[in-house]
Design a protein around this ligand. Structure first.
Ligand SMILES: CSC[C@H]1O[C@H](OP(=O)(O)O)[C@H](O)[C@@H]1O
Length: 398
């Protein structure tokens, strides 16, 4: 069974489109799908991180509006003016964009979908249905394209690691010793499927090159221990979980056999500075110190050519309770996890302590060896920054 964070059912003759998301707050203990019937449902699910991961939140936002439009389509008898439909689409997209600020994929999707609705409105004789249909087709394509892009990212990343890392001990399929580390969750759960950094790891594993993966817990939200560990176990990829504070010791111990640290991204600035889950920057510093390659894997929709450097990226700050409290499943007297028990929230900090909880940090481009995209790997230039011209056919695509 393939893990699926997003389930979308296009409209049929007799029914409107519908959308479900796997509630990532309930994982790994319970697999519960929640239906997303409106833009408001999507906004809340994204803000509460029931769905998360830069590509996944963009796709859920886009599809939630497709669902609303599809439902409106089936109940309306009279086509509205194209302008009203376009305005409805634009207003809802702006609302959805406000759910989380750092991941650029959402803003990128909003910009592209607004342009599509505007173009449809300007077509001769376009009514509200035509504008809505253009929007729905484009939103559905985003879901399909994301999986294809991730598979390409996986292949490019695996090839680069094989050819450019000190996994020199790798001698052929199944014969080498190639270990990697990743941070946070960038897999099927963070995307439409397959994953970005975890897609590279999947690809290494599929090619029988990977001997081991280390994943960090990614405090405070534990997407590493709850989600990445879940995906690695699910896909039978050999893996070990460590706490975030163990990374330096891991690199001291495994430095020579660790081929690369591979992470995802929420926004890559034009010079290559990268916003990703808090703790990524520390790993990049460690990787440089230990001579381990540091890779960022992300689709081109995560590259924000309009943001010059990392200092211009808005970093989301989240509720203090994510640090002062923890949530988990109950265990019985024998230590067995009670899968169906409602998760318990417990306090793990002194009451009233001040808290700083940035969800992301910025890794300077100078610490990144390569950015793996669906169009290939862009390597850092001699000036310490990245030039993405080769992976964008024209500026209109950026
Ligand atoms: C391929 S997902 C990229 C990125 O999204 C995650 O953030 P969050 O879980 O807060 O939505 C994390 O930083 C991943 O690396």
């Amino acid at each position: 069974m393939v893990l699926q964070a997003i389930r979308y059912y296009p409209a049929r003759e007799s029914s409107a489109a519908s959308l479900e998301i796997l509630d990532q707050l309930a994982l790994p203990h319970r697999s519960v799908y929640l239906s997303v019937d409106s833009c408001e449902d999507a906004w809340n699910a994204i803000r509460q991180m029931k769905v998360r991961g830069a590509p996944a939140i963009a796709i859920v936002a886009a599809l939630s509006l497709a669902v609303e439009l599809s439902r409106a389509r089936t109940i309306e008898t009279k086509a509205e003016a194209g302008q009203s439909a376009r305005e409805f689409i634009w207003n809802n997209l702006e609302y959805l964009k406000s759910s989380r600020p750092t991941a650029v994929n959402l803003a990128d999707a909003v910009g592209k979908l607004k342009a599509i609705a505007e173009k449809a409105e300007k077509m001769d004789g376009a009514d509200g249905h035509a504008v809505a249909d253009s929007y729905i087709t484009a939103a559905e394509k985003m879901l399909i394209d994301d999986v294809k892009d991730n598979e390409a990212i996986g292949k490019h990343g695996a090839k680069w690691i094989r050819e450019n890392t000190k996994a020199g001990s790798w001698r052929g399929a199944g014969e080498g010793d190639l270990k990697v580390m990743t941070h946070c969750n960038t897999g099927s759960l963070a995307t439409a499927g397959y994953g970005t950094a975890l897609g590279v790891i999947r690809s290494l594993h599929a090619e029988n090159m990977l001997t081991h993966t280390f994943c960090s817990e990614t405090r405070p939200y534990n997407q590493g221990s709850r989600l990445t560990a879940y995906e690695l176990v699910h896909d039978k990829i050999p893996a070990t979980l460590i706490t975030d504070s163990m990374a330096a010791s891991l690199l001291a111990r495994e430095g020579d056999s660790l081929a690369a640290i591979i992470v995802g991204a929420d926004r890559v600035a034009a010079n290559g500075d990268t916003a990703n889950k808090i703790g990524t920057y520390s790993l990049a510093v460690l990787a440089r110190h230990h001579g381990v390659k540091f890779l960022v894997a992300a689709p081109r929709t995560t590259i924000d050519l309009w943001t010059a450097t990392g200092t211009d990226i808005v970093i989301e700050e989240r509720a203090k309770e994510e640090i002062t409290r923890m949530k988990g499943a109950k265990v019985d007297a024998k230590g067995q996890v009670l899968m169906d028990e409602v998760a318990e929230v417990i306090s793990v900090a002194a009451a009233d302590i001040d808290v700083w909880n940035p969800a992301f940090d910025i890794t300077p481009a100078a610490l990144i060896d390569g950015i793996v995209t669906e169009k290939g790997v862009v390597e850092r230039g001699v000036d310490g920054s990245f030039n993405f011209a080769s992976i964008f056919e024209s500026t209109a695509e950026a």
